[in-house]
Design a protein around this ligand. Structure first.
Ligand code: ATP
Ligand code: LTN
Length: 332
């Protein structure tokens, strides 16, 4: 069976960056890869690499599950589950710790960035996080992993670990390829186009949440930092803010940036921004409606149980075969 794997941490509310960088791509891949099975999970074990409030974490897990389903995943083609509920993820993590080197983990830029922000001390799990992520992917022999640009280094390490195991023990893991969306692999903050739009950014003006109502969406786009030139033109070097908006718009319209520039020739920024705000709100409206319905129903429990069952069957077998390959255990 050919597989595609992805996950998102239940830390904070989803924004349009996560949506355009990861979820929308995932949903599109279901159509373009009908012969693949998709494993999609809520990376809750990853979330506790930094301090979390347990009540908020629980709520975020449910909310993320509902949002994934609302965004259009097909449940016959996708197994949706919560990472910590399949202990094979933890087992694979422990086993793969023996195939990653300290030097490799020390080079991870996300670790360096996040380590700097810790006030209560840096958790060991924050350091070894990319190994857990490698396990998430290798457990299911994923061929592709749809993610945003910021996960590039983690995917490279996953490939290195897979190749290392295959080299030492013979072909065992599929070496996965990352899949980045063409236009929106890195959606930038609306307030600082040098920084990526991030769930953990405390500045509410920097992002659009998937749950934001139309008036807030329009307000956020209107106050997005652009430039004083006044011409809608794509120039990612000198017009970072406007170019970021153009890429988002083109991705939502499923067209090219050139087409968007053509459409807005001679049009002022205010009209361009108003149209983009309207487009985002219209795109998110049906997602929000499905999200609210799911949050109030009992459906999610069945969806997550079913996804867990399907994923776990595969994951347990892979860990058992890996242990055997490594010479662990006594009984055959
Ligand atoms: P945090 O701020 O807590 O680190 P985050 O905003 O980076 O969170 P993640 O949960 O780490 O969000 O990311 C989930 C997925 O969405 C990943 O595949 C990531 O690459 C992608 N992603 C997140 N933010 C963006 C963005 N601004 N542009 C494109 N893709 C993104
Ligand atoms: N590290 C990712 C979440 C994640 C993931 C994965 C993504 C954990 N395991 C496996 C793809 C495949 C992040 O969003 N920060």
């Amino acid at each position: 069976m050919k597989t595609i794997v992805s996950g998102i941490q239940p830390t904070g509310e989803l924004n349009i960056g996560t949506y355009l960088g990861s979820i929308k791509n995932f949903v599109a891949l279901q159509k373009s890869h009908p012969d693949h099975h998709f494993f999609l999970f809520i990376a809750d074990t990853h979330a506790i690499t930094v301090p979390q409030d347990p009540t908020k974490l629980r709520a975020a897990i449910k909310s993320l599950a509902a949002m994934y389903v609302a965004c259009g995943i097909h449940l016959d083609q996708t197994s949706l589950f919560v990472q910590s509920e399949i202990t094979a993820h933890q087992e694979m993590d422990v086993l793969l710790q023996s195939f990653a080197y300290m030097g490799e983990l020390e080079r991870m830029t996300q670790f360096k960035d996040k380590a700097q922000k810790q006030v209560e001390g840096i958790r060991a799990s924050l350091f070894t996080y990319p190994v857990l992520m490698a396990g998430d992917i290798l457990l299911y022999d994923a061929e592709f992993v749809p993610v945003g640009d910021d996960q590039k280094q983690h995917l490279e390490l996953t490939r290195t670990i897979a190749e290392r195991v295959n080299h030492q023990y013979g072909e065992f893991f599929t070496v996965p390829k990352p899949l980045f969306p063409e236009l929106t692999a890195r959606v930038m903050s609306l307030q600082n186009p040098d920084q990526k739009m991030s769930k953990s950014d405390p500045n509410v003006k920097s992002k659009i949440l998937l749950s934001d109502p139309e008036n807030i969406i329009k307000k956020r786009i209107r106050s997005a930092v652009t430039d004083s030139e006044g011409t809608v033109r794509y120039d990612p070097e000198n017009k970072k803010g406007l170019s970021n908006l153009l890429r988002m718009y083109a991705a939502l319209e499923e067209t090219s940036v050139d087409n968007m520039v053509e459409r807005y020739k001679g049009v002022n920024y205010q009209t361009f921004k108003d149209d983009l705000g309207t487009k985002i709100a219209a795109h998110l409206a049906p997602i929000q409606a499905r999200y609210h319905a799911l949050m109030q129903s009992q459906e999610l429990t069945d969806i997550l149980d079913d996804g867990k069952k399907r994923a776990e069957a595969l994951a347990i077998k892979k860990v058992q075969r890996f242990k055997k390959k490594l010479g662990l255990g006594f009984k055959r």
